[in-house]
Ligand binder design. Structure first.
Ligand code: BG6
Length: 479
């Protein structure tokens, strides 16, 4: 085949991420034939003492419901190597296993993809070991890393510098799995391939934009990790900020990954410092019951933060980034609210403004709220929707999992949907002062009821900066 054999090395093979995301994504790619452009082998590496079959049995357990035919075929391509994350011995052994496979395959352009499904504390040592023992002598070596990339600007820069000494930027794939979601990828097309939006997408027409993430469960046994980071580092500084970039950035010169990422960096650099009176933090009641969370924790599980972009397109338009755990529902959406109609004769304002909503999940959809004549004999108006629900319009299309797409992009060498080093730095620059103030206790998290909308102060903040709640109010003019 034109491609050499592929080795995917999952480091942290017995951990949670590997179990929930990495192995299932690899399996689905395999089952659809995407990994077999050459031969493929998957190596699990971790500290636990496991046999090849031991790992295979575990993976089988993660993939309940998969077709047996594909599954047994897939499992034959799996091997396990045990070793620690800082010993040369383990990585030397790993390299020998990979080499042996590559030699048996006799292909010239072998490919090595290392997936770090590991806690960030071991990134530097693992990367050193890969660099020292496991570099591919005959084809490419690429490394996928997952957030958290540091805790603030300085620690992130330090990590970037350490990894930067070991690998070139084009070997490093920083995953933000939101960039693998269908409706996030659609944002670029939506904005730049539709004449309709071009003249509207600015401060003259848009009043405010909300980018919202809600989950209807709490930290669920991840309290130990979560308490060190909080909702801003866990969701807002990465996932929501990436969505923000795609909504707010200027048109890239082309679709080349570098052109797109140049525009993201530019819009991030245009964000003003965050003001304390445009932030609301919350913590759900019961969060501290987790034994791994300290009793006096001030870590926010909810945050609403207003970003202000200092440029010609967006001056004066608040971007409200809101995320919370243990809320009433699970949903992620972008809500673009337009300004009121000038010289309105219908009292549209009382019924709600035009809104364009992009629902990232669940049930992917885009819909536009319009004021229409309420059908009937009376001249009454009401709000209705132009609705593109993917479940209806694309009934027979299976929307791929974010991780499947991103792993495939890595194999293809496409970095468009990965975070570049300067982008990461710009993202940390926005949030670091606020995070330091929170860590020092200068901003307090307001308690909220699990299963609620979060602190009411967050809704008040949205309204204060201009968001207008729609009430589905019907206006019937006096006769
Ligand atoms: C992860 C966060 O990055 O994203 C989790 O660490 C969160 O806290 C998850 O639950 C949400 O991802 P998704 O794809 O389910 O929206």
């Amino acid at each position: 085949s034109e491609h050499g054999c592929l080795s995917v090395i999952v480091l942290g093979a017995s951990g949670d991420l590997a179990k929930k995301k990495t192995f299932p994504a690899l399996f689905h790619l395999f089952a659809q034939g995407f990994l077999q452009s050459g031969e493929v082998h998957i190596f699990g590496y971790a500290r636990s003492n496991l046999s090849d079959d031991g790992l295979r049995e575990r993976i089988r357990g993660y993939l309940k419901g998969a077709s047996e035919e594909h599954l047994s075929d897939f499992l034959q391509h799996i091997k396990y190597v045990s070793g620690s994350y800082d010993s040369g011995e383990g990585f030397d052994k790993l390299n020998k296993e990979i080499l042996e496979y590559e030699m048996s395959n006799k292909s010239e352009n072998s490919r090595r993809l290392f997936y770090l499904a590991l806690p960030p504390s071991v990134y530097p040592s693992v990367c050193k070991m890969i660099r020292k023992y496991c570099m591919n002598p005959s084809g490419w070596t690429r490394v996928i890393v997952e957030k958290p990339f540091g805790k603030d600007l300085d620690s992130a820069e330090e990590l970037s510098a350490q990894l930067g000494e070991l690998f070139d930027e084009n070997q490093l794939y920083r995953i933000d799995h939101y960039l693998g979601k269908e409706l996030v990828q659609n944002l670029l097309v939506l904005r730049f391939a539709n004449r309709l939006f071009l003249p509207l997408w600015n401060r003259d027409n848009i009043d405010n934009i909300q980018i919202v993430f809600r989950e209807d469960f709490g930290t669920d046994g991840r309290g130990g990790y979560f308490d060190q980071y909080g909702i801003i580092r866990d969701i807002i500084q990465n996932h929501l900020l990436q969505v923000f970039c795609l909504v707010a950035m200027e048109k890239p010169v082309s679709l080349k990954p570098e052109h797109i990422r140049d525009e993201k960096v530019k819009v991030l650099q245009s964000v003003n410092p965050i003001k304390h009176d445009e932030v609301v933090l919350g913590q759900y009641e019961g969060y501290k019951d987790d034994p791994t969370v300290p009793d006096d924790s001030n870590t926010p599980t909810f945050a609403s933060v207003v970003l202000r972009v200092h440029n010609e397109r967006w001056e004066g338009v608040p971007f409200i980034l809101k995320a919370g755990k243990a809320l009433s529902s699970r949903k992620a959406e972008v809500r673009v609210q337009f300004k009121d109609v000038p010289g309105d004769i219908f009292k549209c304002k009382r019924q709600g403004r035009n809104e364009f909503v992009i629902r990232l999940q669940p049930s992917e959809a885009m819909y536009m709220k319009l004021t229409v004549k309420k059908p009937g004999l009376e001249m009454a108006t009401e709000q209705s929707e132009l609705d593109l629900s993917y479940g209806m319009r694309y009934q027979n299309v299976k929307i791929p999992e974010a991780y499947e797409r991103l792993i495939l992009d890595t194999i293809r060498g496409d970095q468009q949907h990965f975070v570049r080093r300067d982008e990461l730095k710009a993202a940390w620059q926005i949030f670091t002062p606020l995070l330091h103030d929170i860590d020092a206790g200068r901003l307090k998290a307001i308690p909220y009821q699990p299963g609620s909308r979060g602190p009411k102060e967050a809704d008040e903040l949205s309204e204060k900066v201009g968001y207008m709640q729609t009430h589905g109010y019907i206006w019937i003019p006096p006769t």
